[in-house]
Write a protein that binds this ligand. Structure first.
Ligand code: HEC
Ligand code: HEC
Length: 299
């Protein structure tokens, strides 16, 4: 799909077909001119280039959302830094997004030093882990392989770096987050990268952009955990603008990876939304809810 846009502080400049613009508007990282709550919808990126297999089976995932087995192992290992042992995967998942919303810090304004000059984004969004490494944690080999969020940067999924090396990379290394994030924040991020990330292609068909879960099971879960705030049709909270609304159904369709990340780990600044671990949901449960959410209205 051939569209492109650049984002200025309080508005958009869209270049591309009107139809695509209308469809895409719901799904982009954007500050909006009205009711700007720092909501983060993210890029319409097609041709994700992940697995093309038409796997419609539901993954047999019986683990709870935040698999604690690896953490338990680490906790008993004297060589594991104490900061890592007490770190929280879900909080790391929130920090992976707009971390300043979680720390209470100030949103950066300058473009992050690692952000490529050819990139289309500016300002604080270039400091979000997800902007360079993707909602699917696959960077340039995932949903950000093309489109306005392309950076050419690798993913973090299955990184072979040690926990200490990742900590150093983030704090004092190229990422330079040591001035804005505490050690505890960074450990949460390291733990999230090491233990919270997972291959979303098990749950989302990357080509069709559809959840592989079962919508009917998802409806039951949605009605008990989400409907209260979002209504049965997902339209109670508008994450977009009046002109270009974005609802639960819109995000589920335009960016299933963002949907999955946020339902797994939460929405920064909306503590009440909770995370999958709190709900004792498996990833398959999240995929089921995603499948249901994709049946909800997008406009
Ligand atoms: C502006 C872009 C950018 C942002 C934002 C960013 N990174 Fe990175 N990241 C990179 C680049 C480029 C590399 C590879 C080069 C390097 O190591 O510096 C990298 C490498 C990594 C690696 C090592 C992957 C490997 O196996 O080699 C990890 C882990 C990582 N980043 C985690 C994070 C986390 C967590 C955040 C958010 C706190 C983050 N990054 C934010 C650009 C970014
Ligand atoms: C306590 C109320 C509450 C509950 C419960 C809740 N949400 Fe939300 N959710 C919100 C609010 C408020 C926002 C918008 C936050 C913002 O604008 O930054 C939101 C945002 C979202 C977003 C879009 C975020 C974005 O920026 O694109 C999705 C998708 C979402 N919720 C799905 C769900 C699902 C699925 C559930 C059930 C598992 C759920 N929510 C439960 C309040 C809630």
């Amino acid at each position: 799909m051939d569209f492109y846009f650049s984002q200025s502080a309080r508005g958009y400049v869209w270049v591309g077909s009107l139809l695509i613009t209308l469809l895409a508007a719901c799904g982009d990282d954007s500050t909006t001119t009205t009711a700007d709550k720092g909501t983060s919808q993210d890029g319409m990126v097609v041709d994700a280039g992940l697995d093309t297999a038409a796997d419609t089976s539901t993954a047999a995932d019986t683990s709870t959302a935040a698999d604690t087995s690896k953490a338990d192992t680490a906790a008993g290992d004297a060589s594991v830094p104490a900061g890592y042992k007490s770190a929280k995967i879900e909080r790391g998942g929130l920090l992976y997004d707009r971390w300043w919303t979680i720390t209470g810090g100030t949103a950066p304004t300058a473009i992050h030093s690692l952000y490529p000059t050819a990139g289309a984004q500016t300002g604080s969004t270039t400091h979000r882990c997800k902007e360079c490494h993707g909602w699917d944690y696959k960077g340039k080999t995932g949903a950000y392989a093309s489109g306005s969020h392309y950076t050419g940067i690798a993913g973090v999924l299955n990184t072979t770096k040690s926990i200490q090396d990742i900590f150093n990379l983030l704090k004092t290394g190229t990422h330079k987050f040591g001035t804005s994030l505490s050690d505890a924040d960074i450990w949460d991020l390291v733990k999230f990268v090491k233990e919270g990330t997972f291959d979303m292609s098990t749950y989302i068909d990357s080509t069709a952009k559809t959840f592989k879960g079962t919508a009917t099971s998802g409806k039951t879960l949605y009605d008990s955990s989400c409907m209260n705030c979002h209504d049965a049709n997902g339209k109670k909270v508008n994450f977009g603008t009046t002109a270009a609304p974005a609802y639960v159904g819109t995000i589920a369709k335009s960016n299933p990876w963002e949907f999955m990340h946020k339902v797994m780990f939460g929405q920064p600044g909306t503590a009440g939304m909770g995370d999958a671990k709190q709900r004792t949901w498996t990833k398959t449960n999240v995929s089921d809810v995603g499948a249901h959410a994709q049946t909800l209205p997008t406009l």
